[in-house]
Structures are given as structure tokens and as C-alpha cells.
Design a protein around this ligand. Structure first.
Ligand code: KIV
Length: 270
């Protein structure tokens, strides 16, 4: 028998997330529009408006094409649906190349949307940016490990923390980012043992994706977990629904009924 959690009753804030560390695993999924954000709202603690939308919804080969304008547009839509879950804005590639630019863009996120936190990719090299953002009242989720915005510079996606040197560097980065003021860490594509060590070593919550079961929470891209994105399925993705198959089945039934004139029937006619 599968255990189903009750919907979340109260508005989730950054403080709620911080207080969940060591108490209860945190759930996060992506959303890009009001319709799905409304369905996900209150079912998970956090909703990430991820730049993954470039891949899942624009069929781009990577996330690098996402712009501030697009991310703001999608976040405004998500905000219409998300009333209880905490909305996190994913800063797109090129929008936080230096602290001042990051601050200006993050201020526009807070001014124009309901997002209560922003996410940026980068280790110690982004510590100053995290510090400036945090000192100016912006909550930062710092994303380390496999960083999709570095895919072209790295020449592909590669699981991190496989060597002792890499593991030590990740652990140091995590501590530096915590010290700089990050309210949480997103750990992507790394050896489970390394993610678990980081989680033990820091006082802020860690959210994992492809980082094993030792983190404080998990995040998945909704179109992956519900089987709508079919181009490929990374090992870490668990499919909780066969969404694309369900849609095709519904469409076929609709098509058959239109062709046979079974739809619309009396019930659906005026
Ligand atoms: O853009 C995104 O959806 C993300 C997740 C993969 C964490 O950054």
C-alpha cells in the first residue's frame, strides 16, 4: 500500500524550509505555468520555476537559451497558481555574471513576482554573489555539483564527486556558500556519499537531484517525473505517471468518438 501525504495547510516560507532540516524530508518539483502550479500547490513544499523549461517545453538541447524575460513571464504565471508552496526563481545563464548584475536581476524578481527565493549555479566562485544577494535581503538557493548551465564549457554532463579531490572541493564549496549566506543548497548529479556528507556538514537544508537519498529533500522536473518528456530519461528520474501515454490514449478516444459522431452526445450539447 502506498502512503500518501496530506496537502500542506500553511504557507511555506524560507523559514519553514530552514526549520525542516533534520525534521522532515522536503519535496520540490518544477512548474512553468499557472495551471500546473495550481495542481502542485500545497502538495509539495517548494515549486521551482527552472530554466529546464528551455529543454522540456522549448525542445532546446540545453538550458542556456533561457532569458530573464522568459523566466519572469513563467514565474508570474506560476505565482497565479502557487499560494501555499514556496516559489523559487531559477536565475538563467548570463543573469548573474557579477554580484551587481545578480542583485539588479534578483531585485526585479522580487519586485515583479511572488518568488521568495532565487537559485544560482556555482561553487566558491559565486560566494561573493551569494553574500551580496543575502546581505540585500534575497534568499539564495545555491546549486552545486552537476551544473547544467556549464554544459558547453564542460563538454557534457558529468556526475561529480567521483574522486577524493572533487568530493573535498564540493564539501568546501558547500561550507563556503553556507557561510556566504545561502539559505539552502541544491545538490545535482553527484555521488550519494558526497551529498550525504555535505548534508551532515552544513546547517542549511540540501535538496538533491541525482544525489541519492542522504539529502534533506528532493527535486524533480515535473515533465520527467510524470512521463511527459520522452526524449530521454536520466537514471535518477523515477516516473510516477505515464503522462504522455495517458494523453495519447485520451486523444485517441476523442478522435474515435468525433469520427464516429459519438461526441458530442446529448449530454454535451445545448
Ligand atoms: O532548471 C531546473 O529545473 C533545475 C533542476 C534540474 C533542479 O535546475
Amino acid at each position: 500500500m502506498s502512503m500518501q501525504s496530506a496537502p500542506i495547510g500553511n504557507k511555506v516560507t524560507v523559514r519553514t524550509i530552514r526549520e525542516m532540516k533534520g525534521v522532515e524530508p522536503i519535496t520540490m518539483v518544477t512548474a512553468y505555468d499557472a495551471l500546473f502550479a495550481g495542481i502542485f500547490d500545497g502538495e509539495v513544499e517548494m515549486i521551482l520555476v527552472g530554466d529546464s523549461l528551455s529543454m522540456s517545453f522549448f525542445a532546446e538541447p540545453d538550458t542556456l537559451s533561457a532569458t530573464m524575460e522568459q523566466m519572469l513571464y513563467h514565474t508570474k504565471a506560476v505565482c497565479k497558481g502557487a499560494k501555499r508552496s514556496l516559489v523559487v526563481f531559477d536565475m538563467p545563464f548570463g543573469s548573474y555574471t557579477h554580484p551587481q548584475q545578480a542583485l539588479e536581476n534578483a531585485v526585479s524578481v522580487y519586485r515583479e513576482t511572488c518568488a521568495e527565493a532565487i537559485k544560482i549555479e556555482g561553487g566558491r566562485e559565486k560566494a561573493e554573489t551569494v553574500r551580496v544577494l543575502s546581505e540585500n535581503g534575497i534568499a539564495v538557493l545555491a546549486h552545486i555539483g552537476l551544473m547544467p548551465q556549464s554544459v558547453r564549457a564542460e563538454g557534457g554532463y558529468r556526475i561529480q564527486g567521483k574522486t577524493t579531490e572533487e568530493a573535498i572541493r564540493l564539501l568546501e564549496d558547500a561550507k563556503i556558500l553556507e557561510e556566504a549566506g545561502a539559505f539552502g543548497l541544491l545538490l545535482e548529479g553527484m555521488k550519494s556519499e558526497v551529498a550525504a556528507k555535505i548534508t551532515e556538514a552544513v546547517g542549511i537544508p540540501t535538496i538533491g537531484i541525482g544525489a541519492g537519498n542522504g539529502t534533506d529533500g528532493q527535486v524533480l522536473v515535473w515533465s520527467d517525473m510524470f512521463g511527459f518528456f520522452e526524449a530521454f530519461k536520466p537514471k535518477f528520474v523515477k516516473r510516477y505517471l505515464d503522462g504522455a501515454d495517458l494523453i495519447r490514449e485520451g486523444l485517441r478516444r476523442y478522435r474515435e468518438e468525433v469520427k464516429s459522431r459519438a461526441f458530442p452526445d446529448e449530454e454535451h450539447s445545448y
